[in-house]
Design a protein around this ligand. Structure first.
Ligand code: GLV
Length: 335
């Protein structure tokens, strides 16, 4: 009988799933979340046929140099800025991500943050907990309405469109900017109007960022962009920390050139800048936009399907369903 392939799982997965994974793989599964150094990653990856990794595991040419065993890396996330895809392809390693299954949950969460920042949910929760509520104050705790306002979306991929669709229930005017304009029928479906980036910055009462992090989108929102925003506007980032120049954001908040922000992602996460912690009008969360009970399970399942398929196991053998570089398989076969 041939040996089972070896799988390393860098993130703490649902423990009740591990036994069923053991039926087809020899599993080394993390039981708690932590950061791995490049050397540790290299060592871990050298010893396995497959890996399921998280967004903080940065894997490129150095981490797979000389690795002839590893066949697949399944990223537990839709964004894959942590993976150097050309380097993995050159090494004959298939990479996969988790698109589609998280669209609606991330959209829900973007709305949760927008509403929380506008209506001061987190701030008032802190106030009640510290015993600050001594009596009603009719004119206190005022925040802007969300309904009827202009929602700007930077990035109109699948998640952006799910965010836009929700705006109909709030009678919002939706504008968006994206690298490429949507087809007219899609624009109609989500009732969103394409504008250039400057108009997006100027006209949005709420601006939600949901673009992939690439060298081009790094600091897409910097001092110049923030200066265009209305002082009553609220910025929501559910994309990647690197999309926003955090120092410029801190400056804009200090100068009250922006009414508030809601951030699920940070440039140096899990570290959050002290300056951001100090603002009461900034809602902070630990990169959890996709963390609904159903969606995190769907993401893990999709990652497992990709691993199995890339290892030639299961019904989709040889065809990982959401491979980012399926050509890596041919690369390997040709060797
Ligand atoms: C989360 O940030 C993801 O990319 O899935």
């Amino acid at each position: 009988m041939s040996q089972k392939p070896k799988l390393w799982i860098s993130r703490a997965l649902f423990p009740e799933w591990i036994d069923s994974i053991r039926e087809w793989a020899d599993v080394d599964a993390a039981t708690e979340e932590r950061a791995y150094s490049p050397e540790e990653l290299k060592r871990k990856l050298a010893d396995v046929d497959a890996a399921m990794v998280g967004l903080s595991d940065r894997i490129g040419a150095d981490e797979v140099a000389g690795n002839t065993r590893l066949k697949v890396i399944a990223n537990l996330g839709v964004g894959y800025n942590n993976l150097d895809i050309p380097a993995l392809t050159a090494a004959g390693i298939v990479a996969s991500n988790t698109p589609e299954v998280l669209n609606e949950s991330v959209a829900d969460y973007a709305w949760a943050l927008m509403l929380a920042a506008a209506r001061r949910v987190a701030e008032s929760d802190r106030f009640v907990r510290r015993g600050g509520w001594k009596g009603s104050a009719f004119t206190a705790w005022l925040g802007p309405d969300v309904h009827g306002k202009t929602l700007g979306i930077l990035g109109m991929g699948r998640i952006g469109r799910a965010i836009a669709r929700r705006a109909a229930g709030f009678s919002m005017n939706v504008i968006y900017h994206n690298r490429s304009r949507l087809k007219p029928e899609l624009e109609q479906e989500v009732a969103a109007r394409y504008v250039d980036k400057q108009e997006l910055m100027r006209a949005s009462d709420f601006l939600i960022l949901i673009v992939p992090l690439t060298p081009e989108s790094h600091h897409a929102i910097g001092g110049a962009e923030l200066a265009l925003m209305k002082p009553e506007a609220i910025l929501v980032n559910v994309a990647r920390g690197g999309i926003v120049d955090e120092l410029a954001l801190v400056e804009a908040l200090h100068a009250k050139r922006l009414a508030g922000a809601a951030l699920d992602v940070f440039e140096g996460e899990p570290k959050v800048r002290d300056e951001l912690l100090a603002f009461d009008n900034v809602v902070l969360s630990p990169h959890i936009a996709s963390a609904s009970a159903e969606t995190r399970r769907a993401m893990a399942l999709l990652a497992i399907e990709n691993v199995k398929a890339a290892l030639g196991l299961g019904e989709q053998a040889g065809h990982p369903p959401t491979a980012l570089n399926p050509e890596a398989l041919d690369h390997r076969r040709a060797d």
